[in-house]
Design a protein around this ligand. Structure first.
Ligand SMILES: C[S@@+](CC[C@H](N)C(=O)[O-])C[C@H]1O[C@@H](n2cnc3c(N)ncnc32)[C@H](O)[C@@H]1O
Length: 302
C-alpha cells in the first residue's frame, strides 16, 4: 500500500501506518532533542504533522524520513522544520489576569523594594516558550505601566525565547488579530497598539524592551547563559515534557533566577514532585514559585 493511500484526506492516519516502528524512533529523537514527549494516545498527532514534512522533502516512508532526520547532511535543519510543525503555540495577550494582578500587586513591588536596598534599579524578565510573542509583550506593557508610575526611573528588559523559528519570526513582527487581543483591557489597547485594518500592531514604545531569539530549553549549553533574572514565565510549555526533561529544565530556571526571584507556570501546572527548592506562593487565582534569599534558606523560614 502506498503512503498516500494509508493517509486519510484530513491528514489523519490509519492504524497500520501508525504501527511502523520508524515512528517510535522519530518520537524518541524528538524527545531527545526537545523534551517534547508524545504519549501513545497522541501519537497520531505527531504522525500527521511529520507526514506534512515527508511530503515536502519527498520521503516515501517513515523509515526514509528517519534517514532524513539522522543521516542526511541537512538533518539538523530538517529536525528544526519538524519541530516547527509539531510544537503547539496556543497563546494570547493578557492570557492570565490573576497572574498579572499578582505581578503588579505583590511581585514587582517586592522585587523593587529588595533591589532598591542594593541600589539596583533594573528588572529582567524571561518569557521561556513565548510562542508568537503575546506573553512577553504583555509583560513589557505591564512593566512600562509600572516604570511610568511607582517605579519611575527604573529600566527593564524582557527576554523572550522559543524553539519554533516560525513563532519567533511572527513574534518579532508583533502584529495580531482580533482573537489574540481579546483579553487586552481597553486602556492598554489604546496606549500600546495601533490598529491597521483588522490588525493590531504592538506600539513602538513597547518593542525595544523585548528581545526575541530561538532557544531550545533542552539545550544545556545555551540554558547556562540564562542568568540574572528576576522573574521567569514558562507557562503551558512543560505540559509537553516528561518528568525527566521537566526536572532538568526547572533546575536551569532555578539557577537562572536571582535570589528573591519568582517563577510562574501555567495555571494547570505545578512543580509537585519535580523540584522542592522553590517556595510555593499563593495569590488570588494564581500561584508562583519563589526562590528564597540566602537568609531565608538559612533561617528555614517558610
Ligand atoms: C502553548 S505555547 C505557550 C505560550 C505562552 N507561554 C503562553 O502560555 O501563552 C508552548 C510553546 O512552547 C514552545 N516549546 C516547546 N518545547 C520547547 C523547548 N524545548 N524549548 C523552547 N520552547 C519550547 C513551543 O514552541 C510553543 O511555542
Amino acid at each position: 500500500m502506498s503512503n498516500e493511500a494509508t493517509l486519510l484526506k484530513d491528514e489523519t492516519v490509519d492504524a497500520e501506518y501508525l504501527a511502523d516502528p520508524a515512528w517510535i524512533r522519530i518520537r524518541d529523537l524528538i524527545y531527545q532533542v526537545s523534551g517534547i514527549y508524545q504519549a501513545e494516545n497522541k501519537f497520531y498527532l505527531l504522525v500527521s504533522r511529520a507526514v506534512r514534512r515527508m511530503k515536502v522533502v519527498g520521503a516515501r516512508s517513515p523509515r526514509e524520513y528517519l534517514e532524513f532526520l539522522t543521516a542526511r547532511p541537512n538533518r539538523e535543519s530538517e529536525m528544526r522544520n519538524l519541530l516547527n510543525e509539531i510544537t503547539i503555540g496556543e497563546t494570547c495577550l493578557f492570557r492570565s489576569l490573576p497572574q498579572i494582578d499578582a505581578l503588579r500587586k505583590v511581585v514587582i513591588p517586592s522585587l523593587a523594594e529588595a533591589k532598591k536596598k542594593m541600589a539596583y534599579t533594573k528588572l529582567r524578565f524571561w518569557s521561556a516558550g513565548c510562542s508568537t510573542g503575546e506573553e512577553p509583550y504583555t509583560l513589557a506593557m505591564i512593566l512600562l505601566e509600572e516604570t511610568q508610575g511607582a517605579l519611575k526611573g527604573w529600566t527593564f528588559e524582557v527576554v523572550a525565547t522559543d524553539l519554533n523559528d516560525r513563532s519567533v519570526a511572527k513574534a518579532q513582527e508583533g502584529v495580531y488579530n482580533d482573537y489574540a487581543v481579546r483579553n487586552v483591557p481597553p486602556e492598554f489597547m489604546k496606549k500600546y497598539f495601533t490598529k491597521s485594518g483588522s490588525e493590531y500592531r504592538v506600539a513602538d514604545c513597547v518593542r525595544p524592551h523585548v528581545s526575541f531569539s530561538r532557544l531550545n530549553m533542552l539545550d544545556d549549553s545555551k540554558m547556562l547563559f540564562m542568568r540574572g533574572l528576576d522573574v521567569i514565565f514558562c507557562c503551558n510549555v512543560l505540559i509537553y515534557f516528561d518528568g525527566k526533561s521537566k526536572t532538568r529544565t526547572i533546575q536551569h530556571f532555578y539557577n537562572g533566577l536571582l535570589p528573591n526571584g519568582y517563577f510562574f507556570l501555567g495555571h494547570s501546572e505545578s512543580l509537585f514532585g519535580i523540584n522542592d527548592k522553590f517556595r510555593l506562593v499563593h495569590f488570588p487565582g494564581a500561584t508562583s514559585y519563589w526562590k528564597a534569599t540566602e537568609t531565608f534558606v538559612k533561617a528555614g523560614t517558610p
